[in-house]
Design a protein. Structure first.
Length: 136
C-alpha cells in the first residue's frame, strides 16, 4: 500500500500547482514539481513491492519520506511563498504532515520486495567441476 501511495503522492505533487491554481507562483511550482519528481524517482529505486530497481532499503526510503515531510511543511516560508495565499501554502503543509505520519504507520520490511539489483548472486556450484576432466 505504501508503494501505491508514493506514486499517487508523487503525481499529485507534480500536479499541485494546477489543482490549486498557483502555477503562476514560480517558487511554489518548482518545489511541488521537484519534490514530486524526487518522490517518484525514489519509489522506483526502493526495495519494496512497487520498486523497479530495488537499490534503496525501505528504512532509507522512510527516512526520505520524513525529510520530504519536513521540507514540504517548511517550504512556504523557506522559499518565500507563504504570503501568496492559503491556496498556495496549505497544500504544502497538508502534504508535508501526511509525509511525516505515513512513515510511522508503515511496516519496515516489505514481504514481497523484488530482488535488489545490486545484490551479487553466489556462483552456482556445478557437479561437473568436482569430477576430473577428460584425459587429454
Amino acid at each position: 500500500m505504501h508503494a501505491t501511495l508514493d506514486y499517487v503522492v508523487g503525481a499529485l505533487l507534480i500536479a499541485l500547482p494546477w489543482i490549486f491554481h498557483f502555477a503562476d507562483v514560480p517558487a511554489a511550482t518548482a518545489v511541488a514539481m521537484g519534490v514530486g519528481t524526487a518522490v517518484l524517482a525514489l519509489s522506483l529505486l526502493t526495495a519494496y513491492e512497487g520498486g523497479v530497481f530495488s537499490i534503496l532499503s525501505m528504512r532509507a526510503h522512510l527516512a526520505f519520506d520524513a525529510l520530504v515531510g519536513v521540507l514540504l511543511v517548511a517550504a512556504p516560508w523557506l522559499f518565500g511563498f507563504a504570503d501568496e495565499g492559503a491556496n498556495v501554502w496549505i497544500p504544502f503543509v497538508v502534504a508535508g504532515a501526511v509525509s511525516l505520519v505515513v512513515p510511522a504507520l508503515t511496516e519496515r520490511r516489505a514481504p514481497r520486495a523484488p530482488r535488489r539489483v545490486l545484490d551479487r548472486r553466489s556462483r552456482p556450484v556445478y557437479a561437473h567441476r568436482d569430477r576430473p576432466g577428460p584425459a587429454a
